[in-house]
Design a protein around this ligand. Structure first.
Ligand SMILES: *Cc1c(COP(=O)(O)O)cnc(C)c1O
Length: 396
């Protein structure tokens, strides 16, 4: 079907979209309305950790939809109980609250920290966050985010989110006062351009927050669920945070996210937190299928190996084209272009015939790569060959 035959104007305009309608996906590949295929390095924005429509998610959805879709969050259901058990057994956390999106999980983390502050820190409520951080698109999470311009976009902001600089401990220390209840950060800033917090910084931040008896919250919506080669990115630095949020990969493509905390922090009482769809068995059954794959023997070590392979391939490309190198953890990586070529590469990549490549440019001088965690060497090689040709062509 031709794109012009669709009437897309009933959809609210929120972002410029290319004239494509995706019909099917399988693994690293998407197919559009004309049957053209694309090698997909966005994967629903780091969401499809096992690629498009993997068999285990299809099976979980079919089986669970035949059994029970939503008894309401007022009752226990089996998949939510099991998934919470798997998450706590494989992390330093004891309690889980499921949500539908990363932003909602972060809202929950903010509420939990403020509640803890009311109970244990004389009403302290400020949460120190970081410049260039991204925590979501609700009013509170936009206020917590350090995206340039977001402080005035829907003024007035939710107050209480002073901003420090990533990997600069003094900038955090300077903001700590009687009002501070927590520090919240992404262990690898994703939307900010794939900027890892250093191991030293994470360790120093843990020591500093302990010293001041304030909470450390990690937003692992993008960095969690195997993306960095560890199940959770905080494990890269050998620390134990107080609160963690998960999203994106946890549902492998379906809307599922989570707020986790240690037992001592779990201070919500009835009435504080809830939500109609939270922890419904349809999506938590998918979460179980996903985490079982991630925990299968050899899976996470193969993420590390593929991350290393992608890193080397990007470095080689960088040398060849005189770019500025690459960075990241595991299979969350960025190529530093040195020029504002990103948007052009994204567009040209889609246009390659007979198959296109879907790339992402979170900043004009950067490309970000978020493949499925089970991406193959051949699929990395194919993308690198295409990117190599695009760079040669665009430099002319
Ligand atoms: C994507 C993202 C969010 C927001 O998640 P949504 O599911 O889009 O609400 C929050 N934090 C980080 C680090 C993210 O990458």
């Amino acid at each position: 079907m031709e794109f012009s035959q669709y009437n897309v104007n009933a959809l609210m305009y929120i972002t410029p979209r290319p004239d494509l309608v995706f019909i099917e996906g399988s693994g690293m590949w998407l197919t559009d309305q004309n049957g053209k295929r694309y090698l997909d390095y966005l994967q629903g924005w780091a969401v499809n950790c096992l690629g498009h429509s993997p068999q285990c998610i299809q099976d979980a959805l079919v089986a669970q939809s035949k059994k029970l879709i939503n008894p309401s969050p007022a009752f226990y259901n089996e998949p939510a109980i099991e998934l919470a058990g798997l998450l706590t057994a494989n992390s330093c956390f004891d309690r889980v609250f499921f949500t539908n999106s990363g932003a909602e999980a972060n809202e929950g983390a903010i509420k939990l920290a403020r509640k803890w502050g009311q109970l244990h820190k004389a009403g302290a409520f400020e949460i120190i966050t970081f410049d260039h951080s991204f925590h979501g698109r609700t009013l509170a999470t936009m206020s917590a985010s350090g995206k340039p311009g977001w402080d005035t976009m829907f003024a007035p902001q939710v107050t209480g989110f002073p901003k420090a600089d990533l990997n600069d401990l003094a900038s955090v220390e300077q903001l700590i006062s009687d009002k501070t209840v927590a520090v919240m950060l992404e262990p690898v800033q994703g939307e900010g351009g794939v900027i890892p917090a250093s191991r030293e910084f994470m360790q120093a931040l843990r020591a500093l927050t302990k010293k001041h008896n304030i909470l450390l919250i990690v937003d692992e919506v993008q960095s969690g669920m195997g993306r960095t080669g560890e199940l959770f990115a905080y494990q890269l630095s050998g620390i134990e945070p107080d609160i963690m949020t998960l999203g994106k990969g946890i549902g492998g493509g379906v809307p599922l996210a989570a707020l986790l905390c240690r037992e001592e922090i779990a201070c919500f009482v009835p009435g504080d937190q809830g939500g109609t769809y939270n922890g419904n068995p349809l999506v938590t059954a998918v979460g179980i299928a996903v985490i079982r794959q991630l925990l299968a023997p050899g899976f996470l070590s193969s993420v590390k190996e593929m991350g290393h392979y992608l890193s080397q391939a990007l470095l080689t490309l960088s040398h060849k084209h005189g770019l500025e190198g690459e960075r990241g953890e595991g299979l969350l990586r960025a190529l530093k272009l040195g020029h504002e070529l990103g948007p052009k590469l994204v567009e040209a990549g889609r246009g390659v015939e007979p198959v296109g490549v879907l790339l992402n440019s979170p900043r004009p001088d950067l490309l970000r790569f978020m493949p499925a965690l089970n991406v193959s060497v051949a699929e990395i090689d194919q993308m690198i060959v295409m990117l190599d040709a695009l760079l040669t062509q665009l430099k002319k």
